[in-house]
Design a protein around this ligand. Structure first.
Ligand code: THG
Length: 273
């Protein structure tokens, strides 16, 4: 499982404040803690509060890189914010450009921009593309899969290897009225997206979206992650500091025969991180 750590996001109060006060220590502590917990990538999202999103992205990237060399996952739906991060990021160990919709009303070519930026960033750069287009986020299974198919064909047409592509079917809060059908739809979409290319693209989700506003947040996140792993999810943007969540990932992958069983499979999994 390719774990992307979610905490360096201006959506969190402490990060928002650290950005406002240019307090490097808060960001660097989060970078170190998440790396120790097994993150393969650190998501970097400036949030909505910062007035200068491009400058903030650069400051976050530089601040993190002063203390650790964990690959970064630059997270913005604005190509200009990603481009700003790219000017200072070290892509040598890996890099993900997150989150590109297929297209937008205001920008028909948005996916192409992300693919081109990733191609220029070097052979280890991947992108996360959202099953979202100018009509917004689809609610049903078929539209999600149809958009995913368009993403795969568009990327491969440009010569971008599907193995550098992560498809995100977009999980939404289960607490929203009439949204309880959505987690099941996501599972069905994950199933089908796995067949869109051979070798398959990676599939990822922003897990914590699911439990936003709910009371039993970690329980909901943990159970759904295990269910999604059983359907072929091979990456997720998660709270890697939730130790039980990481143990659940290790166990789900062992039960799916993605990791050899031994009595100490949990230790083996976490030591390998
Ligand atoms: N797909 C992709 N990228 C993404 C998302 C996605 N990036 C951002 C987000 N969604 C994933 N990351 C988070 C991070 C935090 C929360 C949810 C998703 C979250 N934050 C608290 C809240 O809103 O309740 C913050 C409150 C606080 O503690 O201060 O839940 O779907 N590709």
């Amino acid at each position: 499982m390719i774990l992307i750590a979610e905490r360096i996001n201006g959506m969190f109060k402490d990060v928002k404040q650290a950005i406002a006060e240019k307090d490097k220590q808060v960001i660097q502590e989060l970078a170190k803690k998440q790396t120790e917990a097994g993150a393969a990538y650190l998501d970097v999202n400036v949030g909505t509060a910062a007035a200068d999103q491009e400058g903030t992205m650069q400051w976050l990237v530089e601040t993190i890189q002063e203390t650790c060399s964990t690959p970064l996952c630059l997270d913005s739906q604005k190509p200009d914010v990603i481009a700003a991060g790219l000017k200072v990021v070290n892509a040598q160990n890996g890099l993900i450009l997150n989150s590109a919709p297929l297209n937008k009303k205001a920008d028909e070519e948005i996916l192409d921009k992300y693919v081109e930026m990733a191609a220029q960033a070097g052979p280890k750069a991947s992108i996360i593309a959202l099953t979202m287009d100018k009509n917004g986020v689809p609610q049903d299974i078929d539209t999600r899969v149809a958009i995913a198919a368009e993403i795969v064909s568009k990327a491969t047409e440009i010569g971008f290897d599907a193995r550098r592509l992560f498809i995100d079917p977009i999980i939404l809060p289960v607490r929203v009225p009439n949204a309880q059908v959505q987690p099941g739809n996501i599972l069905a979409a994950i199933d089908q997206i796995g067949y869109l290319a051979d070798p398959a693209p990676h599939i990822t989700i922003g897990l914590s979206n699911l439990s936003q506003g709910a009371t039993e947040r970690s329980l909901i996140n943990r159970i759904f992650l295990a269910m999604a792993v059983s359907r072929g999810l091979d990456s997720a943007i998660v709270d890697v500091l939730d130790e039980k969540l990481i143990n659940i990932v290790a166990t789900a992958e062992m039960l799916m025969n993605k990791q050899i069983y031994s009595d100490s499979f949990l230790k083996v999994y976490t030591a390998g991180k």
